[in-house]
Design a protein around this ligand. Structure first.
Ligand SMILES: Cc1ncc(COP(=O)(O)O)c(C=O)c1O
Length: 437
């Protein structure tokens, strides 16, 4: 790799200058492992970026993509279709919560979020409540990087540079993180359902008649794995229904087995009105996202227009044939291998291994649900983030890929992970923590 010029690429969400002095390059992937440019096998503790849920290099998916590329490389997404996009929509609808069977395709999580927010506005307008334009997010929420997503999102560094240009009419409810009450909870924390009542406060402030939608990640991932307290999502559902406000679950990382079910909505038994997805939808083999919409919401928009286009929204690559081939093949693998159930079955082993880190050096919290865990570390005095960055690098050097955000290590492996690999992953993290100052 000595001849590789690293200067031209501006890398996303990366410390570019630092990276280029010490690059980490991946050159291959198969099953649970990446191959690094220096020929090492790296156990994938993060399913890429929470997306390669069925494991890397699945032959059924790559073959389906290759076949599709040879047969029909592209079909215009507007005013024309191709059979596979309809098949893919049907396959997605089949695993969505009951009634959420209208599917809009996008190419990413960020696009799915923008699409969901726009559908919410279109819905209220179609019903003669066009004054409902306000959108409510949550502190610490991550909803991608579009202007809509960062506006409803609640991660300050993602917002501050762009703060003058964020969407107007957005507010946020409180996040659910509380170490004093909930540190080392296994699964859903017992305390915190009442935090949902913050939504009543925000609604009262603005008046319900001005609010279009509330968007939350059912389990907040990117901010450092915040598991919803018992009863919290149920309460959000109750409050939004009471006031005629749409509830959007951003399931870009929680769908497709991560929590041991097709969706977090199914896992928690709470059905939103709109559900965004991406990542595991295509096993990340081709970029793809989608929005599942409750039938009544879809019908309100589509039936409000007698003739012509009903929703002025869409992407050149909505339902791209290669993405659709990947989606159909991916969902087929999930079904044939019963991977969502498998994730549920192995999650007690994952939970026990994660919580074994409770006594490891620097650890102030372990949070988990399904096959996702957050391990929060104490900040090094005067150097916020330095310790966790060092742990990430050392894990990588020792053949394990994890992620970090703030002071939290996040672990979210492909759901095909074996019990031995679960043990290997957490033991490696524990041994690295022991060596870090
Ligand atoms: C909850 C959530 N929403 C949206 C996104 C954005 O997805 P993308 O990076 O595909 O635009 C992410 C990405 O991590 C996410 O976790």
């Amino acid at each position: 790799m000595a001849d590789l010029d690293l200067s031209h690429l501006w890398m996303p969400f990366t410390a570019n200058k630092q990276f280029k002095t010490q690059p980490r390059l991946l050159t291959g992937a198969s099953g649970m492992h990446y191959t690094s440019s220096d020929g090492r096998q790296i156990l994938d503790g993060t399913a890429g970026l929470w997306c390669v849920n069925a494991g890397h290099g699945r032959a059924e998916i790559t073959q389906a993509i290759a076949r599709q590329a040879a047969e029909l490389d592209y079909a215009p997404a507007f005013q024309l279709g191709h059979p596979l996009v309809f098949r893919a929509a049907t396959a997605v609808a089949e695993i969505m919560p009951k009634g959420m069977d209208r599917i809009f395709f996008t190419n990413s999580g960020s696009e799915s979020v923008d699409t969901a927010l726009k559908i919410a506005l279109a819905y209220h307008r179609a019903r003669g409540e066009g004054q409902r334009t306000r959108l409510i997010g949550r502190e610490r929420g991550y909803h991608g990087v579009g202007f809509g997503g960062i506006s409803v999102g609640g991660i300050s560094p993602n917002r501050k540079v762009y703060s003058g240009a964020l969407l107007p009419g957005v507010d946020h409810i409180a996040h659910t993180h509380n170490l004093e009450k909930n540190a080392f909870s296994k699964g859903q924390p017992a305390w915190g359902a009442e935090l949902a009542d913050d939504l009543e406060r925000v609604i009262a402030l603005h008046d319900p008649s001005t609010i279009a939608a509330v968007i939350v990640e059912p389990l907040a991932g990117s901010t450092g794995v915040l598991v919803p307290p018992v009863g919290y999502l149920e309460r959000l559902r109750e409050i939004t229904s009471k006031h005629g406000i749409l509830l959007i679950f951003d399931e870009v990382i929680t769908a497709f087995g991560r929590l041991g079910a097709a969706t977090a909505a199914e896992r928690f038994g709470v059905t939103p009105d709109i559900l965004t997805m991406a990542k595991g939808l295509s096993n990340a083999a081709v970029p793809c996202g989608a929005v599942a919409v409750r039938r009544e919401v879809h019908d309100a928009v589509v039936n409000a227009t007698a003739t012509g286009i009903e929703l002025f929204h869409g992407y050149t690559y909505s339902g791209h044939p290669l993405a659709m081939a990947a989606v159909v093949a991916t969902l087929d693998i999930y079904r044939r291998e019963d991977l969502f159930k498998r994730a549920a079955e192995v999650s007690p082993v994952f939970e026990a291994a994660a919580h074994a880190l409770k006594s490891a050096r620097h650890v102030v919290d372990v949070r988990n649900l399904g096959l996702v865990a957050g391990i929060e570390l104490k900040s090094r005095d005067g150097a916020v983030g330095a310790r966790v960055t060092e742990v990430f690098q050392k894990c990588f050097d020792q053949g394990l890929l994890v992620r970090y955000t703030g002071e939290t290590l996040a672990v979210s492996p492909p759901v095909i992970i074996s019990e031995a690999q679960i043990a290997e992953m957490f033991e490696r993290i524990g041994s690295v923590l022991a060596t870090v100052a």
